[in-house]
Design a protein around this ligand. Sequence first.
Ligand code: ADP
Ligand code: MG
Length: 284
Amino acid sequence: MNNSPMISIVDVSYEYTNVDDTDLIALNHVDLTIEKGEHLVIIGHNGSGKSTLAKQMNALLLPSSGVVEVAGMDTRDPALLWSVRQTAGMVFQNPDNQIVATIVEEDVAFGPENLGIEPTEIMNRVTAALERVDMAQYRHKAPHLLSGGQKQRIAIAGVIAMKPDCIIFDEPTAMLDPSGRKEVINAMKVLNREEGITVVHITHFMEEAVGAHRVAVMEDGKLVMVGTPREIFTRVDELKELGLDVPQMTELASVLRKEGIDIPADVLTVEEMVNHLCQLKLMD
Ligand code: ADP
Ligand code: MG
């Protein structure tokens, strides 16, 4: 791997052309650098440009102006297209739209087959990928019989089998029940923490952003805040103005502070809240 950042987005704008020939500016001069090994969460209300930005990260869309580089590869270079797509894989919201085969292992093998990888290596990759998402025992099952969380993990295994350096998850838990959500979030954490895969994760569940390295906030095609979860979620009132929530414990801390109770503003987890409350109790 070279020394370039995982993804570099420099002054990128993107316009969709509507059927009536009018343009809609979906990205407006966005700058963002994502380092190798990073876990970045992107939040922002519907229509703020998150999916458009995600699609720039693996050349599903190309900038109208500005430059996107994936591991130093300019996404506008047609000769690099498949390298870019193999380096930065994408997982979408609806697992049903991503499953292409009728047997789990065939589905996971689909990507590497298209890369022209030889059969024994494909089988090794399929086995390793299914183990990584804890789905090895479903190898010979039909995907349509699986739960939403399991299907999404199969979709993730299909991306892992391509050996990407980065995976972009566009609201992968939006259609899942709470247990499916947990399964997918755990799989994502394992890939980032244990495999060193860079994770870009778009979500509207604020609790899912708490464990990330950085959080980026989008509004109307612009990146309006980037920082650690603690830095971002402390700005409760600004986030509310953008129509966004904060993690429950941060919200509780904010309400308690307004009531004059001495809790720091940057509480993110239940554990931290309990610690602060216990300290107050001891001081009584
Ligand atoms: P988000 O993922 O944050 O909800 P999107 O990136 O999907 O936002 O959309 C950003 C803006 O671009 C929205 O105004 C949306 O309506 C518009 N848009 C998205 N896809 C298309 C498209 N294929 N054609 C025209 N406009 C689009
Ligand atoms: Mg979207």
